[in-house]
Design a protein around this ligand. Sequence first.
Ligand SMILES: [Zn+2]
Length: 311
Amino acid sequence: MKEFLQALTDILAVLFGDAPERPRTPRPLPPALPPAGPAAPRADPNEPQDAGEVSDSDDPVVVSHEAEPPRDTNGPEFDPVPAPPPPDNVERPNEPIGPGRPNPPAPEYRASYMWCIDNGHGAFTQGKRSPVLPDGRQLLEYEFNRDISARIFTALDRVGVAYYNVIPEVQVGNFLTERVDRANRLSSSLPKLFLSIHGNAGPAPTLQDFADDTVRGIETWYYHGSTNGRNMAAVFQRHLIERTGMVNRHLRSKVTGQFYVLRATRMPAILTENGFYNNRFDLESMLTAEFRQTIAEAHVAAILEIEANGI
Ligand SMILES: [Zn+2]
């Protein structure tokens, strides 16, 4: 354990310290994406995209990340029940839309997984923004999620971890079906894992109102019944709480009405909710570069732990 912690510390020192970057062999061009396979069930625009749309009456299942992992490993990894047919989620892109390419592992790095990293929302997603502060500052969730994702990508590039930026385009709306389809279609010799990064919102009368001051902190969601998803969520939640000292809202899942990106991805999938942007205290942190960097570092530490130990 000591050796592992030291190795992790060394890697993090290289990642975030002043250590000079190693010269890197140029990466070979990755193979083109295969033609579209069978699409995942389409997303219903009324279903929740993230925890900001979950109310207390939804009664989520809450477990501690320190709880004993379940022994039953036969839980479903994706929802066998088909989702409702697609309403056409109208997108009005101003930029070319199309999947990017995965970043393969660096030649000298022994990769364990292909990390499909999803930034949750686009610039046209409705709502998903903090109240405007008296000095004019406001957090837009898509921008927060993308800033953290970008910081994670920078760190993963330095280690050589394989990842796929699922939605590099900014000028999109919910794009829920596309998020899932791209991850499902991606061809990789490495097992795929899906990580969706978000900021949270508590119940409030309008977008310009703050939620109750007690509604704050970090939580990680997994697909109810997925042992791998829960194990993966526990690693992320532990690192997020240890590094930020934020209120621990534990691991969460829903028995019914699960988030589309957890339900339809055919791989272990989790969704991190990194603070409440309509909580006046969390918002102040979430607007800072320091906090975003800490959140990114916690995600990277969790990724490296899972790369080393599996899930
Ligand atoms: Zn979100």
